[in-house]
Write a protein that binds this ligand. Structure first.
Ligand code: 3EB
Length: 345
């Protein structure tokens, strides 16, 4: 039984830490009992998922010795599996974590496994009407590959879009509601969705510098990717923003083609605009700063750009809040993508 710790304010709180293999092995038993979510970044596809533990192996290698991302939740956790929709669930007082794997059969592409993953997610969630989607991670094997002349990311987007149209969450006016997300490559394995839900208030943010993704023109795929640029979560321990995967994008176009340093700067500028006061005052919230970011994942396409990108990011943030990952981003022009959680310390 996990002990429930209360912070000074009497509210629960969570923390995100990046650990080396060694640090993780020392704390493994504690982690497994107290963590809402553990992501293991690895080259090798693990044969099976442990459906009793919140550990997910993701085939995205890390550049440094940090290999684990651990989300600690200082309150009791309930773990279970929904047999009907094959959803793994880890539930804390404030946030629920869900994981869905959707394998690809032979060579029919990603549209149907993507539809299947979202169909299962929405069917599962329909039983919990008080839970709202807060954040989704979409791991897409061989994201830049093509079959039948259609990019695999675009196939994924078709499946996701269609599932959302038929079963996804809707606002009172009937419009679809999309949470913050990441859509990123992975070396191998099934499509994996990791999701967070909450029963507390959540507002979905757009970025004033960027076109909302559901309005992208057809040149970026026959049906658009659907996600918000961030989710503002009014948690009992204070406001926090789940920042979607963010790249060097103005309007709907990639900028600074071929220039990793300027792509890093532009990406940070986008994040600043998303979390800044101007974008939040309509919700009665003060702005956040780059110095408020935690759990920062930096996906980098080429090893040769690591140093220059690291240099840009570490002008604003301490190394221990960042993990650098080697990965393909969903548009071939992008050399990096950044995601994080903003929380006032
Ligand atoms: C972009 O601005 C970057 O497909 O779920 C970011 C976040 C991106 C989420 C997704 C894709 C997704 O279009 C790519």
């Amino acid at each position: 039984m996990t002990k429930t710790n209360k912070s000074k304010k009497g509210t629960t709180y969570s923390s995100i830490n990046f650990l080396t293999e060694k640090e993780f092995s020392v704390k493994e038993r504690i982690c497994k009992n107290q963590s809402l979510r553990i992501v293991h970044f690895t080259k090798n596809l693990s044969v099976d998922f442990d459906n009793n533990q919140p550990i997910t192996s993701i085939t995205i290698p890390s550049f440094g010795n940090k290999k684990y991302e651990v989300w600690d939740q200082q309150s009791s956790l309930i773990k279970s599996v929904d047999e009907k929709y094959d959803v793994f669930l880890s539930k804390s007082k404030d946030i629920t974590y869900l994981r869905i794997n959707s394998p690809e059969d032979s060579d029919s592409g990603l549209e149907s496994p993507s539809y299947n993953a979202y169909y299962r997610l929405f069917s599962f969630l329909s039983k919990y009407p008080t839970h709202k989607l807060l954040r989704i991670w979409n791991y897409i094997p061989n994201i830049l590959g093509k079959d039948n002349n259609l990019e695999r990311y675009h196939q994924f987007n078709i499946g996701r879009f269609n599932a959302w149209q038929s079963l996804g969450p809707k606002g009172i006016d009937g419009h679809n509601i999309y949470p913050a997300a990441t859509g990123i490559g992975m070396m191998s394995g099934p499509i994996i969705l990791e999701c967070l839900t909450t029963t507390h208030p959540v507002y979905y943010l757009q970025n004033p510098r960027q076109t909302p993704s559901h309005l992208y023109s057809k040149k970026y795929g026959p049906l658009p990717p659907v996600f918000a640029r961030g989710s503002l979560h009014l948690a009992p321990s204070g406001a926090e923003i789940y920042i979607s995967g963010t790249a060097s994008l103005i309007g709907e176009n990639a900028v600074w083609i071929g220039n990793p340093q300027m792509q890093a700067r532009e990406t940070l500028k986008n994040i600043k605009a998303l979390i800044g006061e101007d974008n939040l005052k309509q919700y009665g919230q003060a702005g956040f700063k780059l110095g408020d970011l935690y759990g920062v994942r930096v996906y980098i396409k080429h090893y040769k750009h690591l140093k220059i990108i690291k240099g840009e990011i570490e002008k604003y943030l301490p190394t221990d809040r960042i993990i650098y990952l080697h990965d393909d981003i969903c548009r071939s022009e992008w050399l990096l993508e950044i995601e994080a959680v903003a929380k006032r310390s």
